[in-house]
Ligand binder design. Structure first.
Ligand code: GLN
Length: 340
């Protein structure tokens, strides 16, 4: 009796394990095919989503930005091995805009330490548009370094007179992308400088309260950093860098810093897409940073980087077709960090 019960149990054990094994094998094999990032897959994602651009509007509050081609669209990925795969208008240059804020934050923290940088601003998530500054009056501090007020303050903390802070930011962008040809667009810079009265207002409010002590050169550096021209591929490399402990896509670990990449990615997740950040985290679940030039840089922690370009924006200032492409890409490759 006992012997046959044992035998039954043994057979049951083997069967259950065998079926688990075959289930695992099945799951693994689909993931393996799914996981192959090819130009063809990226092309499909781009083609399926490019029509969304018609639902957005190219930013023209900085008049020079309004001149960009609304139909240009690009999607670039730096995969886990550092390999770059790009489709669409990959050589199309556009201004980095707010995406420069993560580079400025990196440089400021390297020089001053995180504590000093965040002494005068918060780690708060964004529930307000990027140019909101009401809290400068209420709490006396910018909400976070991803909104304009916080970013202007961040750049002002980078050491050096005149253009030096900007040059450090540019140098870092060139290093991360391994692209020495990157420079800033002087027409966009002039346009920002001439029309950026709201940013100038924030600069002087912070100067009035003693948060900023330097000259208007510091605000100029902010305008210049926003006018740096990049491609979607450059953005994918930036995404990869912060996803991988500040190690470059080709393995160069000069700036390797796990703590810094954690900080930057946490800011991207909670404030990188402005007041849409919460919903974006729910829908996509990846640290991302957008700019009003139509770019989005995405970090897939420990894995890859994604760079997007499509100029028409939604009401929050995020690329409409860009968001849709990231949504499809992250679903297809199961990248949401909150999903097991
Ligand atoms: N240069 C832009 C500004 O200061 C950056 C804003 C953005 O990209 N969201 O208004």
């Amino acid at each position: 009796m006992q012997k046959s019960l044992f035998l039954k149990l043994f057979v049951l054990f083997v069967t259950v394990n065998m079926s688990c094994f075959s289930l695992n094998a099945q799951k693994k094999s689909t993931i393996a095919t799914d996981n192959k990032i090819t130009e063809k897959v990226l092309q499909e994602i781009l083609q399926q989503n490019k029509h969304f651009a018609t639902q957005g509007k190219v930013a023209d509050y900085i008049p020079e930005l309004g001149k960009i081609n609304a139909d240009a669209i690009a999607l670039s990925v730096v995969d886990t091995n550092g390999k770059v795969i790009s489709v669409g208008d990959v050589s199309k240059k556009f201004t980095i805009q707010s995406i420069s804020k993560i580079i400025a934050l990196m440089v400021a923290v390297q020089e001053n330490g995180e504590e000093a940088v965040f002494k005068n601003m918060g780690y708060f998530g964004s529930d307000k548009p990027f140019n909101h500054f009401g809290n400068l009056e209420i709490t006396g501090k910018p909400l976070n370094p991803m909104m304009n007020a916080g970013a202007i303050l961040t750049t002002s903390m980078i050491k050096g007179d005149g253009e030096i802070a900007f040059e450090k930011i540019l140098k870092m962008v060139r290093f991360i992308t391994k692209n020495e040809s990157i420079n800033y667009n002087t027409a966009v810079y002039q346009s920002e400088k001439e029309t950026g009265h709201r940013n100038r207002g924030m600069f002087y409010i912070m100067k009035n309260s003693g948060l900023i002590t330097g000259t208007e050169d510091q605000l100029d550096n902010y305008f210049k950093q926003c006018s740096i021209e990049v491609t979607a591929e450059d953005l994918a490399k930036i995404g990869y860098f912060f996803a991988n402990e500040c190690v470059r896509f080709d393995g160069d670990s000069t700036y390797k810093n796990t703590d810094l990449s954690n900080l930057i990615q946490s800011q991207m997740l909670t404030a990188g897409m402005y007041e849409f950040s919460g919903e974006y985290a729910r829908r996509i679940g990846l640290p991302s940073k957008s700019g009003v030039g139509g770019g989005i840089t995405v970090s897939v922690p420990g894995k890859m980087g994604i760079g997007i370009f499509s100029a028409p924006l939604d009401t929050h200032g995020n690329s409409v077709a860009g968001y849709q492409m990231i949504l499809d890409f992250s679903k297809k490759f199961h990248l949401n960090i909150f999903q097991p």
